[in-house]
Design a protein around this ligand. Structure first.
Ligand SMILES: NC(=O)c1ccc[n+]([C@@H]2O[C@H](COP(=O)([O-])OP(=O)(O)OC[C@H]3O[C@@H](n4cnc5c(N)ncnc54)[C@H](OP(=O)(O)O)[C@@H]3O)[C@@H](O)[C@H]2O)c1
Length: 355
């Protein structure tokens, strides 16, 4: 056991679903008391804004905090500041991340059940640790759980500039699996293509150039397609697939439905599947499985298979801008942002490298 964190915590809080800038407010929470049996007290360092967090605040995600007075945030990196009686495996000073969604990471400090937090080693660095819970494990699970992929096989994906997409590229590359990466047209196209190729991408193209670039690449038709966009971008991935291939949908960034084309189903027997890390996958794995997945991602960072995503840090508030958290949502809404927006609760002390 050790001392409790001193200052009253603050958090972004909402009482009813809606658009984040309309329903969230920065509020002071009751001062923390010493953690009880099985509890830990945490000081948050960095908490990402992921697409699922936005959906949660909007009331469109199945896992959400209790309202009114809910604190969003499914992912985040915190430091243990105090441990209660009967807590094993966590010590003051450890870096920890959540093993369960909807615990509310958009806050400066809080008290939580110790069993729902997992230690991550400091040597992987802040950016990797703060983003280790959701996106890299999703990439790994989708590459391993749907189709048996061998070196030389090919995977196609859209949304390849996302943190999931970049993890797919890197993990696949480390296993000798080729990737076809479809991205949106953008002003910094050459730099983006170069960045993804440096991560190991074999082909980076747009929906418009896909047919031509694919033909020129000579890559074999993919057994697995990954879709986080929907609409035409999903059809573009489906079009590339080999006979008997599988399209896995795990996101819907374009807010458009996925059309399962009749020709794709009849002539190529394409399977259309879905993936949800925090739902079916988490249930099938249990807490131990989630710990194991994160530990294998840690090893991927240590061995250089993965490089950390670029971050765009924003404070919750500053003396000059008490509503600084609003700027974070403006950045999230920007196209081609090329970095994961995170709330930096350290007042800049963590020294997060900006993208
Ligand atoms: N099912 C699951 O268990 C699971 C787990 C993790 C993530 N996800 C989903 O995976 C997706 C990516 O998550 P992330 O955190 O890796 O994303 P991220 O790093 O925040 O990146 C967002 C990606 O979406 C693209 N995008 C945004 N709006 C778009 C639009 N209107 N049309 C086409 N592309 C658009 C962006 O492209 P630009 O670079 O061109 O802006 C970027 O590639 C999200 O849909 C998320 O909900 C699902």
């Amino acid at each position: 056991m050790s001392t409790a964190a001193a200052a009253a915590p603050r958090a972004l809080v909402y009482d009813a679903p809606g658009e984040p800038l309309e329903v969230l407010s920065l509020r002071e929470l009751p001062a923390l008391t010493a953690p009880g049996p099985g509890q830990v007290q945490l000081r948050f360092l960095l908490s990402p804004i992921n697409p699922s967090d936005i959906n949660t605040v909007q009331g469109k995600y199945p896992l959400m905090p209790q309202l009114p007075g809910g604190v969003p945030g499914h992912e985040g990196l915190a430091e243990v500041t105090a441990v209660g009686p009967q807590v094993t495996g966590l010590s003051v000073g450890d870096w920890v991340v959540p093993l369960k969604s909807a615990q509310g990471t958009w806050r400066t400090a809080g008290t939580f059940p110790a069993e729902l937090w997992h230690v991550v080693p400091r040597d992987i660095g802040l950016a990797a640790a703060a983003t280790i819970v959701i996106n890299p494990p999703s990439a790994l699970a989708m590459l391993e759980n749907f189709v048996s992929l061998q070196p030389g096989d090919t995977v196609a994906q859209n949304g390849a500039t996302s943190v999931v997409g970049e993890a797919v590229i890197q993990i696949a590359h480390s296993r000798g699996i080729k990737t076809i990466n479809i991205i949106r047209d953008r002003p910094d196209m050459d730099a983006t293509v170069a960045r993804l190729k440096a991560l190991g991408a074999d082909l980076v193209t747009t929906e418009e150039r896909l047919t031509e670039d694919l033909k020129a690449s000579g890559l074999p038709a993919p057994k697995l397609g990954l879709n986080c966009v929907g609409g035409n971008a999903a059809q573009a991935v489906t079009r590339t697939l080999a006979d008997g291939g599988t399209l896995v949908t795990y996101g819907g960034m374009a807010l458009q439905p996925v059309t399962a084309g009749v020709a794709a189903m009849i002539f190529k027997d394409i399977s259309f599947r879905g993936f949800w890390l925090s739902g079916r996958w988490a249930q099938s794995q249990g807490l131990q499985g989630r710990r194991a997945a994160m530990d294998s991602i840690v090893e991927m960072y240590r061995s250089g298979v993965l490089t950390p995503p670029r971050l765009a840090p924003f404070p919750l508030a500053t003396a000059a801008d008490p509503e600084a958290w609003r700027r974070a949502f403006e950045k999230v809404a920007a196209a081609h942002r090329g970095a994961k927006v995170v709330f930096d609760m350290t007042g800049g002390a963590a020294g997060v490298p900006e993208a």
